[in-house]
Design a protein around this ligand. Structure first.
Ligand SMILES: O=P(O)(O)OC[C@H]1O[C@H](O[C@H]2O[C@H](CO)[C@@H](O)[C@H](O)[C@H]2O)[C@H](O)[C@@H](O)[C@@H]1O
Length: 253
């Protein structure tokens, strides 16, 4: 996999921008650097200023594992669309959203029963409606925290699906939409000719895997996880340079 600012990456970006693409971004680890506490995550002004300018002229979306109500005030700009809960929130179907949230009720009961043990192991729980996040970044003994979480996950049924992330386990309904279906739906809804999608985590991999050949997919950061993205950026600190490249093409056109 090559860096986006390699000659191959620059050429792929130039080709993509001729197709009037949707520009879609993950939040944590992509627009906002990873921080110890989820409540401290924010988009840097250097990034939000550029995204605000882009949003005036191009379809821009944020597709995040967070809840909409949580992420909105962390952005510093107003994108054309935000999809939350790993692709399951804000798809315009309130009945489906309600069903996806109710599917987690059994897990909520398990969490209540196992709450003291999880808290003692340093696990914090985020209930986001259509998904649950069990964080263990701040646990003193991360192995012990993982064991507690895995024992809870082992007691959930086939109506739920779990997947990992950055020092977190996530739980959603087995049939919950993922970020890939969300990005495809946004491309259709905006009439965009392609998509650029940048993300850093496991919940972004379905987008990379289901991308059309003419899309541009970018993994942000380096970790051991295999990725299906075509190009990479070293960190969210490279985001202003990417956005400047896109703005320059728009200014030239
Ligand atoms: O899809 P994303 O926008 O990347 O959201 C994924 C999860 O991000 C948050 O957790 C992660 O970021 C935190 C802040 O940097 C970090 O402290 C935590 O360890 C990470 O797992 C968020 O809290 C979750 O709800 C999102 O699902």
């Amino acid at each position: 996999m090559k860096h986006l600012f390699s000659p191959e990456g620059e050429a792929a970006l130039a080709d993509l921008l001729r197709l009037q693409p949707l520009l879609a971004f993950d939040f944590d680890g992509t627009l906002a650097p990873i921080v110890a506490r989820p409540e401290d995550a924010r988009v840097a002004p250097a990034v939000s200023r550029r995204l605000a300018r882009l949003t005036e002229r191009w379809p821009v979306a944020v597709v995040t594992g967070r809840q909409l109500a949580d992420v909105r005030d962390r952005l510093g700009f107003e994108p054309g669309c935000i999809v939350g809960n790993h692709g399951a929130e804000n798809l315009g179907d309130p009945a489906a959203a309600e069903r996806l949230s109710r599917a987690l009720d059994g897990a909520r009961d398990l969490l209540a029963a196992q709450g003291a043990a999880l808290a003692a192991a340093g696990v914090s729980v985020e209930d986001k409606g259509q998904s649950l996040a069990l964080h263990y970044r701040l646990a003193r003994d991360r192995d012990r925290a993982r064991i507690e979480i895995e024992s809870l996950l082992a007691r959930t049924g086939p109506e739920l699906r779990s997947f990992g992330g950055k020092l977190v386990f996530n739980l959603v309904a087995a049939d919950a939409p993922d970020k890939a279906s969300a990005v495809h739906a946004l491309v259709r809804a905006t009439g965009a000719g392609a998509a650029l999608f940048a993300g850093d985590d496991l919940n972004d991999e379905p987008v990379f895997a289901a991308a059309e050949p003419h899309w541009l997919t970018i993994k942000v950061g380096h970790d051991e996880a295999a990725t299906g993205a075509r190009f990479f950026l070293d960190s969210p600190a490279e985001m202003p340079r990417l956005l400047d490249r896109i703005l320059a093409v728009l200014d030239a056109g």
